[in-house]
Structure formats: structure tokens, C-alpha cells
Design a protein around this ligand. Structure first.
Ligand code: G3H
Ligand code: 13P
Ligand code: ZN
Length: 342
């Protein structure tokens, strides 16, 4: 099937009361891992690429790998999403390249670090909504800032200082017309999110409930949602790595979010860790090995297992065949019928 808009996936997820994992990709093996996990669990999927991933793959490789995915897995609905677009230009080039969804992250300035003011965020996000919706492409916006600068996205400020304000969220959604809202609730990108299992003071799930009460029809997005499982840390460290003890977002907290409007859950770090651990294991146990397939295969397998587990935990498993793809032209027509008026 052709790639579908993320809006269609999220609308379906809302109807079914489940969440959809959005997994980052940088190469063929990661795309294969996600697609195999989707087939084995019969899940719709969101595949997302950061600006860094687009530059690493030079866009064209990514595009053709995704075309291969649609060809080889025709039964799986796939949305291709630009993760953390830093400017309308980035989103425009993604749409021209064939992405069916874009994130305009106007919570930060174009440097991807400096927290932006509300009016700037509204302006750039609305600009992207106008451009994207005319082509039937979905838009995710973000209000509030995540922490964590080690991977290039997120403010370096204390994440708790920039939580999403529920009243401002209502104004933001009304004035921009976005399809999905990424909220800041204390998570950050990368492996080092929390120094102990998080309590409600640092991982403020209650904020999601407050936002969901005010915006019951808006799809909410959780970024920085890797769970950073102990086993994955242990494998890396057992085979020569140096990951300091750390804690991620517990799956049960994500499941609580899904009960309160969270429809998209971003996961990258867990997959990176799974692949890194598998590569380290092979190279440590067989230092004479130099056929890259000997370590990329187990790495791909390890990522597939993580993605499968999340697909089951988020509830998207079993839903691949629920619906027929809506062409982007039809999505564009629907947006035109209900324009943003504010
Ligand atoms: O948002 C962060 C994702 O983990 C992507 O990270 O910019 O290193 O590709 P990246
Ligand atoms: P993690 O670093 O927790 O996997 O978050 C990924 C993310 O939010 C990508 O946008
Ligand atoms: Zn993110």
C-alpha cells in the first residue's frame, strides 16, 4: 500500500484507544527491523527521520529504502515522518521528498537548542500547517521544551522549567491547526533521562491528563520515551561499553499516557542501545570477525525484538488491517473543508 498520512494512523489509534510507536531510522537495517516487527505483530507504523538521519542518508537513499518497505510489506500502513523539523524550510523539503507527516518544532529556535517564544512558535507552526495541509500532509507541533542536549535536540535548560502549560496548549492548537501536539512533561532525549526510577515529580504524567481534559480531541505525542531497560545497559557494559547507570520512561507510564490521549510515542535510544549491544557482543566474543553481516544481523534482530515489544505494549499490534489508506489528496480536501480560522 502507498504511504499514508500520520493523521490517519493517529485517528485510527484514537478510535481504538491505542498508541503508535514512532521509531527513528538511519539505515537499511533499522527500517528492516521495524518492518519485520510490524509484520510479525500486524501493526501500523510510524517511521521517522531526524535532520541528522536525512543528511546521513542523503535523503535519496532514505526515500528509496522506504519505497522498498512499501513494496515488500504491502499489508502494513506506514507513515513517514520528519522528526524535529527546525524550520519551515526543513519541513518543505521533507514534504517534497515524500514524507507524509512533518514535525515543526517551533518550541526551539532554528538552532534546535534555544527555547523560542510562544508567538514565534505559533507563527512558524502555522506556516507549516498551511503548506502541509494543502498537500494532505500531517503536522505535529511542540509546546514546552524537552531537556537533553547530547543528541542535538532539546534545550539545555531544566526540563521541569519548560513543561507544557495546558491553557497555552489550547490556544496553540486553535491558532495553528496542528494534527498532533508534542508535550513536555519532564522527559529528555537520549539515555540519561532520570537518575532513579522516575516519580510523578520528575515525570509529570499528570500534566498529560490536564492537557487531555482541555483538548480531548487532540492527538498527544510523547518524545524522549525510551525506557532504557536495564538489560540493554547491561549488555553494552558487559561487552566493553561504558553506560552510566540510568533510568528511562517506564512502559507503564506510557500506557497511562495512552489512556489520556497519547497517540504517538517516540523511541530511538532503546533501539540504538539494542543494536550497539548486539554489535559489541559479536565483536567481543569473536574478535577475528570482520564480515559486517555477522554483527549487523544480530543488531537488526535485537532492534526488531525491542520494536515488537513496544508495538505490543503500546497496543498497535493487530491493527494493521483495520482500515483502508486515505490518499493524501483526499486528506487535503478534508483540511480545505475545515480551515483553521483563528
Ligand atoms: O530526537 C532525537 C532523535 O533521537 C534523533 O536523534 O538527531 O541524533 O538523529 P539524531
Ligand atoms: P528517546 O531518546 O527517548 O528514544 O527519544 C526519541 C525522540 O523523542 C525522537 O524525537
Ligand atoms: Zn524528540
Amino acid at each position: 500500500m502507498p504511504m499514508v498520512s500520520m493523521r490517519q494512523l493517529l485517528d485510527e489509534a484514537a478510535k481504538g484507544g491505542y498508541g503508535v510507536g514512532a521509531f527513528n531510522v538511519n539505515n537499511m537495517e533499522q527500517i528492516q527491523a521495524i518492518m519485520e516487527a510490524a509484520r510479525e505483530t500486524q501493526s501500523p507504523v510510524i517511521v521517522q527521520a531526524s535532520r541528522g538521519a536525512r543528511s546521513y542518508t542523503n535523503d535519496r537513499f532514505l526515500y528509496h529504502l522506504m519505497m522498498a518497505a512499501t513494496e515488500l510489506y504491502p499489508e502494513i500502513p506506514i507513515a513517514l515522518h520528519q522528526d524535529h523539523g527546525n524550520s519551515p524550510d526543513t519541513c518543505k523539503s521533507a514534504i517534497e521528498m515524500g514524507f507524509t507527516s512533518v514535525m515543526m518544532d517551533g518550541s526551539l529556535m532554528a538552532d534546535g537548542k534555544t527555547p523560542a517564544d510562544f508567538e514565534y512558535n505559533v507563527r512558524v507552526t502555522r506556516e507549516v500547517v498551511d503548506m502541509a495541509h494543502a498537500r494532505g500532509v500531517t503536522v505535529e507541533g511542540e509546546l514546552g521544551c524537552l531537556g537533553g542536549i547530547e543528541d542535538g535536540h532539546g534545550s539545555d535548560a531544566d526540563p521541569l522549567a519548560h513543561l507544557t502549560d495546558p491553557d497555552q496548549a489550547v490556544e496553540f492548537v486553535e491558532r495553528t491547526g496542528i494534527d498532533a501536539l508534542a508535550v513536555a512533561i519532564g522527559t529528555s532525549h537520549g539515555a540519561y533521562k532520570f537518575t532513579k526510577k522516575p516519580t510523578g515529580e520528575v515525570l509529570v504524567m499528570e500534566r498529560i491528563e490536564q492537557i487531555n481534559r482541555k483538548l480531548p480531541h487532540t492527538h498527544l505525542v510523547m518524545h524522549g520515551s525510551s525506557s532504557v531497560p536495564q538489560e540493554l545497559q547491561d549488555v553494552i557494559n558487559k561487552y566493553g561499553g561504558k553506560i552510566k547507570q540510568t533510568y528511562g520512561v517506564p512502559v507503564e507510564e506510557i500506557q497511562r499516557g495512552i489512556k489520556h490521549g497519547v497517540r504517538k510515542i517516540n523511541v530511538d535510544t532503546d533501539n540504538r542501545m539494542a543494536m550497539t549491544g548486539a554489535v559489541r557482543k559479536v565483536l567481543t566474543e569473536k574478535p577475528e570477525e570482520f564480515d559486517l553481516r555477522a554483527y549487523m544481523k544480530p543488531a537488526r534482530e535485537a532492534m526488531k525484538e525491542v520494536v515488537k515489544a513496544r508495538m505490543i505494549q503500546f497496543g498497535q499490534a493487530g491493527h494493521a488491517s483495520d482500515y483502508k489508506p486515505i490518499p493524501l489528496e483526499e486528506m487535503a480536501r478534508r483540511y480545505k473543508e475545515t480551515p483553521v480560522t483563528v
